[in-house]
Design a protein around this ligand. Structure first.
Ligand code: FAD
Ligand code: MLT
Ligand code: ZN
Length: 501
């Protein structure tokens, strides 16, 4: 009894200051329903604590840019356990960071202070799959690749695919509204997610885990959690529509002499391949060379790429292999034979291994950059004809400040999802430094805003871009977002200082 009084008093005081730290009493409470292996804490504890280094993997992001100071990670196994943890934290003013696969690129999954990390990793069961409708209902902690493997024997695929598929979780994908490599064909998660189960900030379970294609019964509340980055609720279950697997998939990597050819090529490819076109991805020369240097996929021959300024990966997914191959071969012949060819060369995959290898050239760019140095990542939506302008302007801007060199900025490059109008502008440096950061911001954001673009096309805002939200959202929108946050999470315990400052 006296303990509860103490905690309630502390909770009252804590509204005047940030949040309560996780204490021994909290861990003791979690131990009443979580097994030993589901709690990692560095706090001295009768039931055992772990060395601080064991928490590094949770406290540090994929890029090595953000570091948290969490003392405790909990890994609930059920929605009920998530609910108990969240209810307790809400009552005692303990802030929570939901964490999926920790592959996010904007620092959203890392505590800004010593928040409790709630990992969804132990919520990893498929709840049901209907091979007729293709509707998959799953725990939020299932890894994307594992879901892909689960439905493959039923000839279905996930509507989303990304380079982090081996680690990212479906709940994390929903929370970030991840885009990825299949968006051109299957649209965004706002369309394919049919229902969600969410633990709200006071521990209440919102059950909207329906399997309905159509449901116009008022406000579509689940949409708010898609892309909310764990600031409005913790996603524990996902109902998602999975498409039938294409009977045939092909891909080709094309080398282009100039960036100016990308858009005419895109128009031509769309017209020629029409319904079988499933991806049109862009890699500039710098990104391509880095991917090859760091062993990501098989490159074209030196002869093929001589003089190439950039590359495009085209994928087709269709119903009849012969028909699709014929269309692709006709397109290639047409591209190469033209009086002013749009491409220098092209490599068409001949078997599944080559198919994966060509994809790896594009998917592997992120990994290659991380092997080369430290990445400043700008994930922007801008008009397609400005892709090169923005990369060049950024490079020039850094050069004017003498920031290009082996010990400063090593490479400035662009790659991304042309079909979605999404450029990944990446600056790869020897180290993260304030000088480079100051040179890049607000420069990049102002450039994006001048084209009425978005400062985050698919990675989210996280901790990295809260200060820049106003470049893409007006004050009316931001105020509404604040009101929604206050409505869903009045005490602000869910992923504080993410999305909104
Ligand atoms: P985390 O990184 O753990 O978390 C991301 C955010 O979601 C955090 O704010 C976290 O608090 C919140 N969150 C996580 N799980 C939940 C939950 N269950 N409930 C509520 N909130 C939650 N992104 C793209 O959009 N497209 C790409 O093509 C792409 N490619 C990538 C390639 C590589 C190599 C890497 C490393 C990353 C890539 N990403 C891409 C970024 C990242 O993989 C995605 O944002 C992914 O959706 C994050 O999933 P995660 O499970 O790792 O989430
Ligand atoms: C990609 O498209 O490769 C991802 O979004 C990751 C990145 O931007 O590096
Ligand atoms: Zn991307």
């Amino acid at each position: 009894m006296s303990f509860l009084f103490r905690r309630q008093h502390l909770a009252f005081i804590s509204r005047c200051r940030p949040f309560s730290s996780v204490g021994r009493a909290d861990v003791d409470y979690f131990r009443t329903f979580l097994p030993t292996h589901a709690i990692l804490t560095t706090l001295p504890n009768d039931s055992g604590s772990v060395a601080p280094a064991e928490l590094d993997v949770y406290n540090r992001d994929w890029m090595g840019k953000y570091t948290g100071r969490a003392t405790t990670v909990v890994k609930p196994r059920s929605t009920e356990e998530v609910s108990k943890i969240v209810r307790w934290c809400n009552e005692y003013d303990i802030a929570i960071v939901p964490q999926g696969g920790n592959t996010g690129l904007v620092g959203g999954s890392i505590p800004v202070n010593d928040e409790l990390i709630l990992s969804l990793a132990n919520m990893n069961k498929v709840r049901s799959f209907d091979p007729v409708s293709g509707i998959l209902i799953t725990d939020a902690g299932c890894i994307l690749q594992e879901l892909t493997d689960y439905i493959a024997p039923h000839n279905h695929i996930m509507p989303i695919d990304l380079g982090a598929k081996g680690s990212c979780q479906i709940g994390g994908n929903v929370a970030t509204n991840a885009g990825g490599l299949r968006l051109l064909r299957y649209g965004s998660l706002h369309g394919s997610v049919l229902g969600l189960e969410v633990v709200l900030a006071d521990g209440t379970v919102l059950d909207q885990l329906t399997a309905l294609r159509k449901d116009n019964t008022g406000y579509d509340i689940k949409q708010l959690f898609i892309g909310a980055e764990g600031t409005l609720g913790i996603v524990t279950g996902v109902s998602i529509l999975t498409p039938a697997a294409p009977q045939a998939s092909n891909n080709v990597v094309l080398a282009l002499p100039h960036f100016d050819n990308v858009l005419p090529l895109y128009r031509k490819v769309k017209r020629s391949l029409s319904e079988i076109l499933s991806a049109f991805e862009f890699i500039d020369r710098t990104a391509y060379d880095l991917a090859v240097k760091h062993g990501q996929g098989r490159g074209l021959s030196d002869e093929d790429v001589a003089g190439a300024q950039c590359f495009v990966l085209v994928e087709t997914s269709g119903g009849r292999r012969e028909h699709d191959e014929e269309k692709l071969n006709d397109l290639l012949a047409e591209l190469l034979d033209a009086e002013n060819p749009l491409i220098l060369s092209g490599v068409l995959s001949q078997n599944p291994a080559q198919f994966s290898s060509l994809w790896a050239l594009r998917e592997g760019v992120t990994e290659a950059i991380s092997k080369e140095g430290k990445a400043y990542k700008y994930d922007i939506s801008i008009p397609l004809d400005k892709f090169k302008v923005v990369v060049d302007a950024t490079r020039e801007h850094l050069a004017e400040r003498n920031l290009i060199g082996e010990h400063a900025v090593k490479h400035v490059m662009g790659y991304g999802h042309v079909g979605d109008g999404n450029l990944h502008l990446n600056i790869c440096a020897a180290e993260y430094t304030q000088e480079i950061q100051d040179a890049l911001e607000p420069f990049v954001y102002e450039l994006v805003a001048s084209y009425r673009g978005s400062i985050s096309a698919e990675h989210g805002i996280g901790a990295a871009k809260t200060h820049a939200l106003h470049y893409s959202k007006d004050e009316v929108s931001i105020e509404l977002m604040r009101k929604l946050k206050a409505l869903f999470d009045p005490r602000g315990i869910l992923n504080p200082k993410k999305i909104l400052e």
